[in-house]
Design a protein around this ligand. Structure first.
Ligand SMILES: [Zn+2]
Length: 217
């Protein structure tokens, strides 16, 4: 596959290295980065593309400038149920809150677009390739899956965010070679402290939470 348009939602600790990884993929024709935030002082240790003089500027603008890549398009906006999506072939969730993840999921399922869930917290990372008709996040994490502590509250180890970004890029490479690869549908768990990565197959089991792409709350 060539000419793939990838959207990355979130230009933070996992999103910014993911975007950099995508700039190295010659089969990606457009990298769309969506983030409503400005660079904050607390971002600087883990997000090396942002410098002290960038504090207060939109992350998507700074990231596009620093990576100076012709195929990056920044959208300084929040993804919610009313977000107007540009044309994309796959969406990377690199956010840190459940509401935005569910808005990405609902849209991707409605439009039958594959998407990747990614998260990093403390020493742990999680990445899952989500089938538009397979198990959803609620199937994976349970009914009372609520916002837990977020990166800026609980902290995250830089090596884990880089491992998560690497796993996301690796999955995209596999998908690009074979979009029908059934082994893509798995949850990868990264334990940075023990230096372990393992996966759980998700298969294409039924999801009771969505009907015709609409989430039943
Ligand atoms: Zn479900």
């Amino acid at each position: 596959m060539n000419g793939v348009r990838v959207a990355v939602v979130g230009a933070g600790a996992t999103g910014s290295p993911t975007v950099w990884g995508l700039t190295q993929c010659d089969w990606v024709s457009q990298i769309i980065v969506v983030d409503p935030d400005q660079v904050a002082l607390s971002n600087l240790p883990r997000q090396p593309w942002y410098h002290p003089e960038d504090v207060g500027r939109p992350k998507v603008v700074v990231l596009a400038e620093r990576l100076a890549h012709p195929r990056i398009m920044g959208i300084h906006d929040a993804v919610d149920e009313d977000f107007t999506w540009p044309p994309v072939d796959v969406v990377i969730d690199a956010t840190d809150n459940v509401k935005t993840r569910q808005d990405i999921e609902a849209w991707a399922r409605r439009h039958h677009i594959p998407w990747i869930f990614s998260s990093a917290l403390r020493w742990e990372g999680q990445v899952a390739w989500m089938h538009p008709e397979g198990p959803c996040l609620r199937c994976l994490f349970g009914d009372d899956w609520l916002d837990g502590p977020r990166c800026f509250e609980a902290g995250v180890v830089s090596g884990v965010t880089l491992a998560v970004a690497g796993q996301v890029i690796g999955l995209l490479e596999r998908w690009q070679h074979n979009p029908a690869d059934p082994d893509l549908y798995a949850l990868w768990l990264i334990d940075g402290w023990e230096s372990r990565v393992w996966s759980v197959r998700l298969g294409e089991g039924r999801c009771p939470h969505y009907a015709m792409g609409t989430y039943k709350r």
